[in-house]
Write a protein that binds this ligand. Sequence first.
Ligand code: ATP
Length: 266
Amino acid sequence: MPPPILEARDLHFAWPGMARAAGLCGAQRLRALDGVSLALRPGARLALLGANGSGKSTLLLHLNGTLRPDSGVVLHDGAPLDHSKRGLLALRQRVALVFQDPDDQLFAGTLAQDVSFGPLNLGLAGDAVAQRVAEALAAVGLENLGEMPLHMLSHGQRKRAAIAGALAMRPRALLLDEPTAGLDPEGVSSLLAHLDDLNAQGIAILFSTHHLDLARAWADEAAIMSEGRVLAHDGGEAVFSNEELLQTARLRCAPHRRAQRAPGHA
Ligand SMILES: Nc1ncnc2c1ncn2[C@@H]1O[C@H](COP(=O)(O)OP(=O)(O)OP(=O)(O)O)[C@@H](O)[C@H]1O
């Protein structure tokens, strides 16, 4: 098995104010991450599954160095992350995170301007930047929309634009937080096809979701998060067929039954 590109080892993390909030509402949960370990290997197709609030986004923010753990360590190619400005710039050329809400990521006037931000920041020359922008837009099927103002793109197009911005850094690992949220079925299938192409080019892909069917359809391996812990990380079917595990992680629930109306009730 190849060594991991990224590895989280025993991460603990509490958001500021979490303990106080837990006290106020009587909750038991004091930390967003409670001893998380997870490895992402070259070429992986890994789904990070968990119910709302299980800690997926918090973990992804640790994997790209945005957050620093209270304890534990994230390794990139076997070395602890360097959180200096220079270290993070180097990391983000290798590991790109795409946020759940594209509007947290996109900010420049036109699509092409936005996607060129990362390469420009690397100090690349104009031709090299243009080349990267063209490649990234083509990889997500937005090659004809480069001059479009961002606010004129649909939500699905903005999701793909955010991925293009990440790809322009030519990463080896792409971390996607709920990439299908807000997409219609056609948008989901087109996004998965783009992810297939990227993975075929050797990019390791980790995406978070709470949709079991989606994870089952796309991923080779799955990690299940619950209450700030990784309960299991294994080949897809070993995880997806473990009903007890899926129920513990609140990824399966009893079907909703509509209440019966009283006889004679109009
Ligand atoms: N900015 C924040 N400030 C304080 N607490 C936060 C913040 N972001 C997340 N949390 C808390 O951290 C825990 C984990 O949240 P996180 O967003 O990582 O979960 P998630 O699995 O990504 O959820 P979702 O599927 O709803 O996006 C939750 O208890 C949440 O309330």
